[in-house]
Design a protein around this ligand. Structure first.
Ligand code: DAH
Length: 454
């Protein structure tokens, strides 16, 4: 086709609108060329000049528009005019004489070539619009102009050709679209293929922190005898942390728990503090539910302790609480004993000594016979046992029967209910069980330590 490269080159200087105009002008030339094709060979040449891959005139124009405006659509005036031009020539609207069979065939070859040369969805969409566009598509054009204006005796034949063409093109469009889609998929598959033969990225898997493991161990034991697990806030009000646990302001035990108070804006409703123990959850749990209550509460607690081998400003506890209408001191000791044997092994013995906590009455301190020297105080190789320092017993944790005064704070009837509570220091237990002599290693997160407890 005689449209020279120079002309194409000159299009580069135009802006978007001028470019569309220039393409529309080329459309006239193309229409002329279409009219000149008389033999099948000429027609073949004409079609491949227009649509053959990269060098096809239409696709070269398409690339120019794409480069200029980032996208090409049926709404581009020049593109539209250009594609319609040969069609108009094939149809010779309204001027039909004789059997239109050949015209339909030319039109079909033109559409087939265009559709077949689309390589992506954007290009395909334009080809489809040329056929389907309601106002300017070929389908409408045939119906509106050709069929309507045809001589009456030609109408049946034209109608038949029209239907055949429509069916043919709709199939062709469907097939082309599927091919493009699967092509896109195929390209994506290649690009995103996972090469299973490559060595993988080795991600080191961590393990649970020893404290978490001990929590889990204890939770499992209590869970197995009907306790449920609840958690509570680490920031508490003095009411829950102290008052409701029967520790009024100025009670001396508050001094045992040097407390972190939060700095709050002036006018804050209540002071806030980092809970010094998990016991506030006794109150929150009983406020929330009626007896029977059987819960344990694992969590972090905070005190203004100076760090040393056995103290840290943050540490871990598990609170326990059981309240019902018929809980006795025997249930209490039996439960604790069961737990201690599960945790340290069936060989250990337990004992309790009187103690004092404001929220239990009576209060006890539970001891376990030293699991490391079998309660003898003597190490296996002779000499004093380093774990119990020769005492044969190890102090475990505080506990007691819930003080009736506490029930008053949660609207339980102290005459009807009874129960027990305990507060286990997890860090101490973990140190004991796993032979760790410095609580600080729990918080330093040195992997050489953590790796010893996979
Ligand atoms: N809350 C106490 C503490 O942190 C421990 C404790 C003692 C909890 C006796 C209890 C209990 O539930 O009954 O020192």
């Amino acid at each position: 086709m005689q449209i020279d490269t120079e002309l194409l080159g000159s299009l580069d200087e135009l802006d978007g609108v001028q470019l569309q105009k220039a393409i529309a002008q080329l459309a006239d030339r193309v229409q002329e060329e279409a009219g000149k094709t008389t033999t099948p060979e000429e027609e073949q040449k004409f079609l491949s000049d227009l649509f053959d891959g990269e060098r096809g005139l239409f696709w070269r124009l398409y690339s120019k528009v794409l480069a200029k405006s980032g996208r090409v659509t049926w709404a581009d005036y020049g593109i539209r005019q250009f594609l319609r031009a040969p069609v108009e020539r094939f149809l010779e609207l309204g001027m039909l004489e004789g059997d239109p069979k050949n015209r339909f065939h030319s039109l079909q070859r033109y559409m087939d070539t265009l559709i077949g040369s689309t390589t992506d969805v954007e290009k395909f969409t334009i080809a489809r619009a040329l056929w389907e566009s309601r106002s300017e598509g070929v389908k409408t054009a045939i119906g509106e102009y050709w069929l309507k204006n045809a001589k009456p005796h030609l109408k049946p034949a034209i109608g038949r050709y029209y239907n055949d063409l429509a069916k043919h093109l709709e199939d062709a469009l469907k097939q082309r679209y599927a091919a493009i889609e699967s092509g896109v998929e195929a390209v994506a598959l290649v690009r995103e293929r996972v090469d299973l033969s490559l060595p993988g990225v080795i991600r080191p898997t961590g393990s649970r922190h020893l404290i978490r493991q001990v929590f889990q161990e204890i939770e499992d034991i209590f869970f197995s005898i009907g306790f449920s697990i609840v958690e509570g806030p680490e920031i508490e009000t003095p009411y829950y942390n102290f008052e409701a646990l029967n520790i009024p302001e100025f009670h001396p035990v508050r001094d045992d728990m040097d407390t972190f108070y939060l700095e709050l804006p002036k006018g804050a409703k209540t002071p806030l503090l980092l809970r010094t123990h998990t016991s506030p959850m006794q109150i929150r749990t009983m406020e929330r539910q009626k007896p029977p209550v059987r819960v344990i509460v694992p969590g972090k607690v905070y005190r203004r302790d100076n760090p040393d081998a056995t103290h840290s400003f943050a540490f871990h506890q598990i609170e326990g609480l059981a309240v019902d209408t018929d809980i006795t001191f025997c249930d209490f000791t039996g439960t604790i004993e069961y737990f201690v044997k599960q945790f340290f092994g069936p060989g250990v013995k337990t004992r309790f000594r009187p103690s004092y906590f404001p929220f239990t009455e009576p209060s006890v301190e539970f001891d376990v016979s030293c699991p490391f020297c079998a309660g003898t105080g003597t190490a296996t190789g002779g000499g004093t046992c380093s774990k119990c320092k020769g005492a044969a017993w190890i102090e475990l944790f505080g506990a007691g029967m819930v003080d009736p005064a506490v029930y008053g704070f949660v609207n339980y009837d102290a005459k009807k209910v009874s129960g027990f509570a305990f507060g286990i220091g997890i860090d101490r237990l973990a140190m004991l069980k796993y032979g760790i002599d410095d609580i600080q290693v729990f918080f330093q997160n040195d992997v050489r330590f953590l790796r010893q407890f996979p």
